[in-house]
Ligand binder design. Structure first.
Ligand code: ZN
Length: 435
């Protein structure tokens, strides 16, 4: 009987994998993208760096975490308990607050169909307060052994669908595969603290870049070729290793199948934080010193209250005034504040002009060298910052409305890491007076 059960479980997972092309795979992979901004609707700058050290939180930070509606008491407790594992090794605290808390740093959605993924570190700030920053696909946490046994007792010997398991879960909830849940929760919280996929380590894996490999990511993650290239194949030069060695035991490593590599290398899932994971989080968030030794220039943008765009007919141009607070860390930062126009179908407006041109599209910018450990408020108590775009430099729009996207980029000249996106926000489309 036992042997039957084991065989049937293997069958179940196989069947479900075939069924659940995209999302409902019992052992769902992590679909976190390395830099979500790169794939945000308009931002397509090729050299967008990975999140890494530029998007870690401040050392000693207490992150406010809440659950979005959904998920029972037991599964929430298991998520909290396993997430807290990181606190033991790094100088960072997770404060779980009630669901109705209006302002939080990390928001968890326990649900189905959204995969497992998380914003990387402070990229969570790019999302609005009513949107989650982390998803868990709870069907893949189900104790399949248990539910399958129940189905078989009822005379259902398969093939099974995820729907069969979901139905069993409704009358007999909270039978979780705690080992898998723990693995995935620690992995996603690793992202939330700024960690990236370990398989991205430069030169670590000899990836098979065949069409079938691209097809695999399209089916399992819904990623197009550009996204696969960025997230899997072309990460070496963007990866900030913090001086650590490649760690195949990392909780941040994907499992790797032999067909995915050209040399037959493969790796099973890791279920615990490795020695390297503990060391890396301690290096990024040290308990025994004020800042990480690997600290890079960083800016924190908070309290972004509005992006005011005015078509000023007297000055004959667009006046763009974002309101926000900015804080620098102990390193010097060279920062660009950029405003670009976009059309209602979410495209930048291209230009070949010498002026008011940002990377080939119509825009205006200011470069600022910020002092270390400084706090500045822009357009809060007084108007003290604007970007200006003359009407004359905007191509004929033929009455089409345009919006303004405001972005902040950091150049880390010393480390040759340029154009790190630190913030973006956009205005509602509007009409612009033209000649
Ligand atoms: Zn991941």
């Amino acid at each position: 009987m036992k042997r039957y059960l084991v065989l049937s479980i293997a069958g179940l997972i196989g069947t479900l994998t075939l069924f659940g092309q995209k999302r409902n795979i019992p052992k769902a992979g992590c679909s976190t993208v390395l830099s979500e901004a790169m794939f945000a609707k308009k931002d397509t700058v090729k050299d967008r760096g990975v999140a890494d050290n530029y998007h870690t939180w401040e050392n000693g930070v207490t992150l406010r975490v809440k659950f979005m509606p959904g998920g029972g008491k037991m599964i929430r407790e298991k998520v909290m308990q396993n997430a807290r594992e990181w606190e033991m090794h790094g100088n960072v605290k997770l404060q779980f607050v009630p669901d109705n808390e209006p302002v939080t740093d990390i928001r968890i959605k326990l649900g189905q169909g959204l995969g497992h993924n998380s914003a990387v570190g402070t990229e969570a700030k790019f999302r609005s307060q009513n949107e989650q920053t982390m998803n868990f696909d709870t069907i893949s946490f189900a104790d399949f052994r248990h539910y399958l046994g129940k189905l078989q007792k009822k005379g259902n010997y398969g093939p099974y669908t995820t729907r069969d398991v979901e139905k069993e879960m409704q009358t007999d909830p909270d039978r979780w595969d705690l080992k898998e849940l723990r693995r995935v929760v620690m992995h996603e919280f690793g992202h939330a603290l700024g960690l990236l996929h370990e398989q991205s380590f430069p030169g670590a894996i000899k990836w098979n870049r065949s069409d079938s490999a691209y097809q695999y990511y399209l089916e399992t993650q819904g990623w197009n070729r550009a996204k696969v290239d960025f997230n899997v194949f072309e990460v070496a030069e963007q990866f900030y290793t913090n001086g650590t060695a490649y760690d195949p035991k990392s909780i941040m490593h994907y499992s790797v199948e032999p067909w995915q590599t050209t040399d037959g290398f493969s790796l099973k899932d890791n279920y615990e934080l490795s020695y390297g994971d503990k060391g890396l989080i301690a290096a990024l968030y040290p308990k025994d010193r004020k800042e990480s030794v690997n600290l890079v220039p960083k800016i924190t943008i908070s309290n972004f209250t509005k992006l005011t765009v005015t078509a000023n007919t007297t000055r004959k141009g667009l006046v763009i005034q974002p309101s926000f607070d900015l804080k620098t860390n102990a390193k010097l930062g060279e920062v660009y504040f950029v405003a670009r126009l976009f059309t209602t179908d979410d495209k930048y407006i291209s230009t070949s002009g010498l002026f008011y041109n940002w990377a080939g599209s119509v825009g205006t910018y200011k470069k600022v060298n910020l002092l270390p450990n400084t706090k500045i408020s822009y357009n809060k108590l007084k108007k003290n910052f604007e970007l200006f775009l003359p009407f004359d430099y905007i191509p004929a729009l033929n009455g089409e409305q345009v919006g303004v996207e405001f972005t902040v980029y950091l150049n880390d000249v010393a480390n040759s890491q340029m154009n790190k996106l630190m913030y973006f926000s956009s205005s509602a489309p509007m009409s612009i007076p033209q000649r």
